[in-house]
Design a protein around this ligand. Structure first.
Ligand SMILES: [Zn+2]
Ligand SMILES: [Zn+2]
Length: 407
């Protein structure tokens, strides 16, 4: 029997890895400059962390989690990483540090979804969380960081969409208005939407079901529910955010339809779309989640963050060619070849030799595919203590000593 990679999972092969390194390095550079520190939390957690932290009216928790039992415990492969980061924040008393706590992560997440282009069951996310700051400057910083990161991987044609969901106070009236508007055609909505109607009507606007979306359009739901009436505090926060974005020269569009899929968002939510490669793609989603730390057992703490799908990002940037070796040692003398190769590596170069001691022509062929320079180490070179360096681009050759080479 041929065992293959599971549906919705993918091997990342050596010829693709340059892109992954590139994205990871860009993340590290951009985030470090803003004093965000990397955190690596476990891939599986107590199932209730996600039930509480992501919300039991979400598709993620209801349908998409990889949950399994082990020693009478219910465990779940993380479907996202905000809940895990907040769990770690509470568990390690990180609230004792003076705020904000600024964290970033990069790693695999797991959701049991129907695989389609750009959507896998094991996928990767890069994200940031900024915990402890109430002021809208934190929201602006997070959005700016996302924009900087996207630019650093070469995505320039970006559209930032923002909205404010307000606090639970200002959402009360909105929820009622939304329910009023939806009620007439509630029976035509999908089963999920029906069950969301009482528990979390906001999520209805986020339904992935096409027939639901059609109904929303036909009934002008967008116009009927013209955004959430924000309480004075939330309104001021939103105004301040927009002022900060102006200061930072970040162009944005207000989208009152933007509610995001997770239950825990409060006030600011945002999405960033990229126009790279023609089609418009959402590449980043995030928002403020002032209630989550408390919901997971910590003290009431404001926080904001975002996440991006790395596979999606990767599909929008050109394939980076594999890096060539600095040197390939061409020789029929194995001991000398292995010695010279390791000496080159000790001096900081990348180098390889031919393990099979094939003919020089074969070795040179391999060298021109994998390296910038060949170092020919034949009998004459060994006897007279020099090397022949061949530029594999121009085919130019010259003789020199090892000491001159490493200079
Ligand atoms: Zn409010
Ligand atoms: Zn629906």
């Amino acid at each position: 029997m041929n065992i293959k990679a599971q549906k919705g999972t993918k091997d990342i092969l050596p010829e693709e890895i340059e892109n992954w390194h590139f994205i990871q390095k860009a993340a590290e550079e951009v985030f470090t400059k803003a004093n965000f520190k990397e955190i690596r939390t476990p891939i599986f957690e107590d199932t209730s962390l996600f039930e509480r932290g992501v919300g039991d009216t979400t598709d993620i928790v209801n349908k998409e989690m990889y949950t399994f039992e082990k020693s009478d415990r219910s465990l779940t492969l993380r479907p996202e990483n905000t809940a895990g980061v907040v769990r770690a924040y509470i568990e390690h008393n990180m609230f004792r540090q003076s705020p904000p706590l600024k964290l970033w992560y990069f790693g695999p997440m797991f959701r049991y979804e129907r695989p389609q282009a750009g959507r896998q069951r094991q996928f990767h996310q890069v994200g940031v969380e900024m915990i402890g700051i109430q002021d809208a400057s934190a929201d602006a910083e997070c959005i700016k960081l996302a924009v900087d990161f996207l630019k650093s991987v070469g995505l320039n044609d970006l559209l930032v969409e923002i909205n404010s969901l307000g606090c639970s106070e200002c959402r009360k009236e909105y929820k009622e208005g939304l329910k009023q508007a939806i009620k007439p055609f509630l029976n035509d909505l999908c089963e999920d939407c029906k069950s969301r109607f009482e528990k979390n009507p906001l999520r209805i606007l986020d339904c992935k079901n096409e027939s639901c979306n059609k109904l929303f359009e036909e009934n002008n739901l967008k116009e009927k529910v013209s955004g959430i009436k924000l309480c004075p505090e939330c309104a001021q926060h939103y105004t301040k955010l927009k002022e900060y974005l102006d200061i930072l020269n970040i162009k944005y569009k207000e989208n009152t339809f933007l509610v995001r899929g997770l239950d825990y968002y409060t006030k600011t939510v945002f999405e960033i779309k990229s126009n790279n490669l023609g089609a418009q793609n959402a590449v980043c989603g995030g928002g403020r989640y002032d209630g989550l730390v408390e919901l997971l057992g910590g003290q009431s703490t404001p926080a904001i963050g975002w996440a991006m799908g790395v596979e999606r990002l990767n599909s929008l940037i050109p394939q980076i060619e594999e890096k060539k070796l600095d040197y390939f040692v061409v020789s029929d003398n194995q001991p000398e070849a292995i010695k010279l190769t390791s000496k080159l590596r000790e001096h900081g170069f990348s180098a390889e030799f031919d393990y099979n001691t094939r003919k020089f022509t074969k070795q040179l062929e391999k060298a021109s595919k994998s390296a910038s320079y060949a170092i020919i180490l034949g009998e004459d070179e060994i006897n007279n203590n020099y090397l022949t360096l061949k530029d594999l681009n121009t085919s130019e050759q010259k003789k020199l000593k090892f000491e001159d080479l490493i200079k």
